[in-house]
Design a protein around this ligand. Structure first.
Ligand SMILES: *[C@@H]1O[C@H](CO)[C@@H](O)[C@H](O)[C@H]1NC(C)=O
Ligand SMILES: *[C@@H]1O[C@H](CO)[C@@H](O)[C@H](O)[C@H]1NC(C)=O
Ligand SMILES: *[C@@H]1O[C@H](CO)[C@@H](O)[C@H](O)[C@H]1NC(C)=O
Length: 305
């Protein structure tokens, strides 16, 4: 009976250990899987160390001798590096000192980023660390075998190096690929045309801006209205209506174009704008004291504000 109980306890403990224990696994993914010559616009390769919750019971080793999976969860990831082809051309590195992902080749087209993750943090099926490489307009130079190495330290302080590879091939596009590409381009052009039309109509960018001009003459200051504030102030209003109303009140500027007055007194004249709306405005001409104005001609220009 005692033996049975001990056995049961052992089994329970084992089951618990198996359930709680997590492992680590290196994964390399590329998008797309292969390049279509001159058609593929971006190539993304991401190498990750995943926390797993279902230990395979075996340390994963592939024919090439890569360590791909362990039953032990890693404590920390110290570096990720990616090399290309049999010459092991360095492609990108991510280290903790300095803590940054750097491209080591294809400098004009390759952008890289990544993270070594946090120590001790382990949640099953989540990514512990990664290095992602993205090429713009990939071509033959980006084809070949990519091998990713992830340097890590396990809970016992042992260093572990995971590695795995992916092969990027380039294919000549089939006529289906080309037709698909053309139809995609046509859709893009159509949607750009629609957006352009919307921009044109909303901003009126391609039309000349709405501008108008005209003139107003104020004659014979003896016939003008008397200004109630004294000093023989006199003024007259002239209403201007725009040929086409603006969407909102425009900017208007005035300039005196001609001035004819009596030489018996000092020259005194002022002109200004009143009640400016999108439909028009009022010009006020004024003088004061003993000045006599035969005629003041005011030229105006309005433009969209
Ligand atoms: C990239 O990382 C690998 C492995 O850690 C290292 O051997 C190599 O020297 C590094 N290269 C550069 C340029 O930092
Ligand atoms: C491919 O690589 C070679 C050698 O590094 C280089 O001279 C050439 O410019 C590259 N081609 C492209 C399209 O980047
Ligand atoms: C300006 O508008 C106000 C309010 O509508 C009006 O009372 C005033 O007479 C107007 N002035 C002129 C010069 O038209």
């Amino acid at each position: 009976m005692g033996e049975m109980q001990a056995m049961f306890r052992l089994l329970t403990a084992l089951a618990l250990w198996v359930t709680l224990s997590t492992g680590s696994k290196i994964v390399i993914q590329s998008s797309p899987d292969y390049l279509l010559q001159d058609l593929t616009r971006t190539l993304t390769i991401r190498c990750s160390l995943m926390d797993t919750d279902a230990p395979s019971g075996q340390v994963g080793r592939r024919a090439a001798g890569d360590l791909t999976e362990t039953q032990l969860d890693v404590q920390s990831v110290t570096a990720i590096s990616v090399v290309r082809n049999s010459q092991a051309e360095p492609v990108a590195n991510l280290t903790s000192q300095p803590s940054a992902a750097v491209p080591l080749t294809d400098f004009t087209s390759l952008k890289v980023h990544g993270s070594l993750g946090k120590n001790h943090v382990s949640s099953p099926n989540s990514e512990h660390a990664f290095l992602e490489m993205q090429w713009a307009h990939p071509g033959r130079n980006q084809t070949g075998g990519y091998t990713c190495f992830i340097h890590a330290v396990d809970a016992q302080g042992q260093s572990v190096v995971f590695s795995t590879s992916a092969e990027i091939a380039q294919e000549f596009p089939s006529s289906d690929d080309m037709l698909g590409h053309i139809s995609q381009l046509e859709k893009t052009v159509e949607s750009l045309e629609e957006r352009l039309k919307a921009v044109e109509s909303s901003t009126g960018l391609l039309k000349a801006p709405h501008a108008e001009e005209g003139m107003v003459e104020c004659v014979d200051s003896d016939s003008w209205n008397q200004d109630p504030y004294g000093n023989n102030g006199r003024y007259v209003f002239h209403t201007v209506k725009f040929q086409t109303p603006y969407d909102r009140p425009p900017m208007v500027s005035l300039g005196i174009d001609l001035l004819d007055e009596s030489s018996d007194a000092y020259l005194r004249v002022h002109t200004d704008i009143d009640n400016l709306t999108k439909d028009g405005f009022t010009v006020r001409c004024g003088t004061w004291a003993d000045t006599y104005i035969f005629k003041v001609r005011v030229r105006w220009v309005s433009v969209v504000a």
